[in-house]
Design a protein around this ligand. Structure first.
Ligand code: G1P
Length: 298
């Protein structure tokens, strides 16, 4: 079984659900507590043992590339003013030279097409895929959990959670087969089915380990739901010749591409941080308490 060394992170999306904030700034650079959303995806990948990150970017996303570069003026200024702690935190997040690649998706043809754009950089080896809008919250990152299942099953592994059965049309939905440790065999995959057509309410939550054969399939994949080239459709075709297992993620995913998910993520991550929790707990509890009283009175 080949080790998973590379992770693809697509960041080409326009972020229309978050306008006007995303008019001039990539949605992946929105800040949860004190770091951009995309940093959490990179940290999750590194935690799972990934050694090389491949970003699939688009126009107006160059700030993401700058973010992962060294900023010499900033480093000098911090060093001169003795800000050791900030310097150390910048150094900690710096990826080693040569361990990060950028390629462009020139036109918005869908997630399947974005992943296909990384084919030459990934090459002939299994890879992880993280959709950075989906922020993994829990003791252990979602990708580390998938990786454990992958070590037992090989093949392709995707992470799933359960959604409200009326909301299957928002996600890729899988069919549930025989149980395996921490998950199950995938028996079907459908992108954004109407509730009546959904094989279950287990939705693909944005974390995958895929075999490189998916690229060949993506190269011939026709447009599916929403008129886009859908990764889920290519995975379904790949499942005719390779195994697909689902890891049932027991933490929480926040959809930071939506306003409500982003606000919840900020509260959850702030309350989980020992350096911030005490600063924000009481004011937040107070605001929630007074809103609850207003709701009761209404
Ligand atoms: C994409 C995938 C979908 C998955 C979802 C998770 O959809 O196509 O299968 O469930 O991400 O966020 P999108 O959110 O890009 O419409």
């Amino acid at each position: 079984m080949k080790r998973v060394r590379k992770a693809v992170i697509p960041v080409a999306g326009l972020g229309t659900r978050f306008l006007p904030a995303t008019k001039a700034m990539p949605k992946e650079m929105l800040t949860v507590v004190d770091r951009p959303v995309v940093q959490y995806a990179v940290d999750e990948a590194l935690e799972a043992g990934i050694e090389h990150i491949i970003f699939v970017t688009g126009r107006n996303k160059h700030v993401i590339e700058d973010y992962f570069d060294i900023q010499p003026e900033l480093v000098d200024t911090l060093a001169r003013s003795g800000k050791e702690e900030q310097l150390a935190s910048l150094e900690r997040m710096q990826l080693p030279a040569g361990s990060i690649s950028f390629t462009r998706q020139q036109a918005p043809h869908g997630l399947g097409h974005a992943v296909w754009c990384a084919r030459d950089i990934v090459g002939d080896e299994p890879f992880a895929l993280l959709l950075p809008d989906m922020l993994s919250f829990g003791e252990k990152g979602c990708l580390a959990g998938i990786m454990e299942l992958y070590e037992q099953t090989g093949g392709n592994v995707i992470a799933v959670e359960q959604c409200d059965p009326t909301e299957t049309n928002k996600y890729g939905i899988v069919g549930k087969g025989r149980a395996v440790q921490g998950g199950f065999e995938v028996t079907a995959m459908v992108e954004k089915p109407a509730p009546a057509a959904a094989p279950s309410n287990y939705y693909i939550n944005g974390r995958y380990i895929l075999q490189p054969e998916v690229f060949g399939i993506l190269g011939t994949q026709e447009r599916g739901a929403g008129g886009e080239i859908q990764l889920t459709d290519a995975m379904r075709r790949l499942s005719e010749s390779q195994s697909f297992h689902a890891h049932h993620f027991k933490g929480r995913m926040f959809d930071c591409g939506s306003k409500e998910g982003f606000i919840q993520a900020n509260v959850a991550f702030a309350l989980a941080r020992s350096d911030i929790r005490d600063l924000v707990f009481e004011p937040i509890a107070e605001m929630i308490g007074s809103q609850a009283r207003r709701n009761e009175a209404a």
